[in-house]
Design a protein around this ligand. Sequence first.
Ligand SMILES: [Zn+2]
Length: 427
Amino acid sequence: MASAPFASELAAELADDVLERFLRYVKIDTQSVDRAGRRPSSDKQLDLSRLLVEELRDIGLSDAELNEGASVFASLPGKGGTPVVGLIAHVDTTPDVTGAGVTPIVHRGAGGARIELPGDSRQVLDPEHLPALAERTGHDIVTSDGTTLLGADDKAGIAEIMAAVAFLAKNPTRPRAPIRVAFTVDEEVGRGAEDFDLDAFGADVAYTLDGSGLGEVEIETFSARSVRITISGLSVHPGTAKGKLVNAVKLAAELVGSLPADRLSPETTEEREGYVHPSRISGNAEKTIVDFIVRDHDDDLLEEHTKLLRSLAKDVAEREPRAHVEVEERDSYRNMRPFVERTPRAMEAAFEAIRRVGVEPKLTITRGGTDGAVLSSRGLPTPNLFTGGQEYHSVREWASVQDMASAAAMIVELAGVWSEPDPDPSE
Ligand SMILES: [Zn+2]
């Protein structure tokens, strides 16, 4: 089948390099580990980090290094007096699906059609259930063999940044802002921005290449809080427990049972609706811990959801005064929108770069967090940009070569946009 065309000449020019790098990077196992208590959570992530340092140096970014925060930093000089633009992607893949022995397959011109994955006959990419695949008629589609994830999250982002900076380094007369590159570890276990040295990075604005569908720009994440409710009962030998035992397991079950059944949960909400989600329960009659995550795009509503949990916990304590109920709260990250909006040009420049590739930009919200959410709240506005990868964290993960090429072209255009005077300096 003939393959679909590229969105721009630049995208066509970058496509082979993006794909070659992508196929190479996904074969390196970089799975991170949940609750590892060490950083990076797995040493193998650094196999890719070290390779990237070498490749960056070969491209000409001679200061490339793996720093103490376990991030790769590198710079590409650009026009003086213009903002320094950061480009960020993460080397790790999700702990949920194996990333060992990835065998990428390029299905030429297969977009829009049914794709069976040869390693597991149950794994089929069916355009009837995947609108994004149905829309990509004739695209070259990369998948795994169906037994592992692909790793487009986030090796598509890495390949796109690498191909773009390689192109920029080779074309020094093309106007560009100075670039700082960062490849982080442990994003998938929520610790990507930890130890990220903003001063050493030295960017004025940054972008994570960690989004999905063509043209998408995200400046809005959830605000996230974890709430731990610890219920202490009174444990007595069951044989002599009459009138004495206060069973923390039963009280915890009551607490979870008192949550709203038809709303305010991940399984009953979408788009801008937030939730409280009991994610883990552990313990015994003496003491039981229920861990909740609380999410909303709106900080006031996040507080309201938290208040609900506090009041349900209080109800438990009032019904059983002999029990002790304790509520602990910890904020994980905040919706980055108010922080990003302080620098309106961060979003406008992304939109302009996407238009220059010949793609219609669209603003989307994410029901999750990004490294950019943490960096934005720490003062570096960091919207999230599309990479062309789809169905993340699954063995049916796939990526369009045409869309990955568009993302690489977008990065090159972005460097150009930021080298130009601010079209609206009043803001
Ligand atoms: Zn990611």
